[in-house]
Write a protein that binds this ligand. Structure first.
Ligand SMILES: Nc1ncnc2c1ncn2[C@@H]1O[C@H](COP(=O)(O)OP(=O)(O)OP(=O)(O)O)[C@@H](O)[C@H]1O
Ligand SMILES: [Mg+2]
Length: 220
């Protein structure tokens, strides 16, 4: 199963959700970073090797993607982005390259019996790619401006992960109506999560129980 985590607005919590989902999964997981923040959020060493962004822009065969993987935990491998490129833009618009990437994900999932989680952030990705990801989670706060933008989504979400901040007046039903997809998980806004990210301890520390509970129950 491939799960694409995306957002309409920066700072929604997409990287936290993608990382938490990946390191929480009971089976093998491939965490794919298309946006560049995952190593810092997890507090893992950046290496000087290229990442998936360079691979997309190159002619390298899909087998080379294996060489780019970094072990995060015994159960979780990271395919890093490694890119200082223009924010928002797709690394390549060659659809065949994106097709090869999805084929790699599918093969990886079949070989390991595991799942793939993609942190796409707010990147504008080719529809041919996003539509091949069966789970497309829109990560959003209950924010009117985000929901306005959600009307113009290029990615059709299959579910919404709501990052619930205290005091917001918009409810899950308002979000479902705007987005046209069900709220499948609610992650509480929790200062401990922000602190773990700020100190690079999302991986090293124990995930706050609320974050663990919110995501572990969502069917793959
Ligand atoms: N549930 C949460 N509770 C508290 N803070 C959170 C939560 N989720 C995310 N944050 C904090 O909000 C900020 C943005 O989170 P994150 O980087 O996951 O968002 P993003 O959508 O990936 O942002 P970007 O657009 O930069 O990729 C971070 O400082 C993070 O620590
Ligand atoms: Mg991010």
């Amino acid at each position: 199963m491939i799960t694409l985590c995306h957002a309409v607005k920066g700072g929604s919590g997409t990287t936290v959700v993608a990382c938490a989902r990946a390191i929480n999964s009971p089976g093998p997981t491939l965490l794919v970073d298309l946006d560049g923040d995952v190593p810092n959020a997890l507090g893992i060493d950046q290496t000087s090797r290229p990442g998936v962004v360079e691979w997309l822009a190159s002619e390298a065969p899909p087998a080379h993607l294996e060489d780019l993987l970094i072990e995060v935990t015994p159960n979780c491998a990271l395919l890093p982005a490694r890119e200082p490129a223009s924010p928002g833009a797709p690394p390549t618009d060659r659809t065949e390259r994106w097709d090869e990437l999805v084929d790699f994900f599918t093969e990886w999932a079949n070989d390991t019996g595991g799942s793939v989680v993609v942190d796409a952030g707010t990147r504008d990705l080719p529809t041919s790619f996003t539509e091949q990801c069966p789970q497309r989670w829109l990560v959003t706060r209950a924010c009117y401006l985000s929901l306005r933008r959600a009307f113009h989504l290029t990615v059709r979400p299959t579910g919404v992960v709501l990052v619930a901040e205290p005091g917001r007046s918009l409810k899950a039903r308002d979000i479902e109506t705007s987005v046209g997809a069900p709220v499948i998980a609610t992650v509480e806004w929790d200062i401990r999560i922000a602190r773990q990210v700020d100190t690079g301890l999302l991986l090293g520390g124990r995930l706050p129980r609320s974050l663990h509970r919110a995501l572990v129950g969502v069917a793959a």
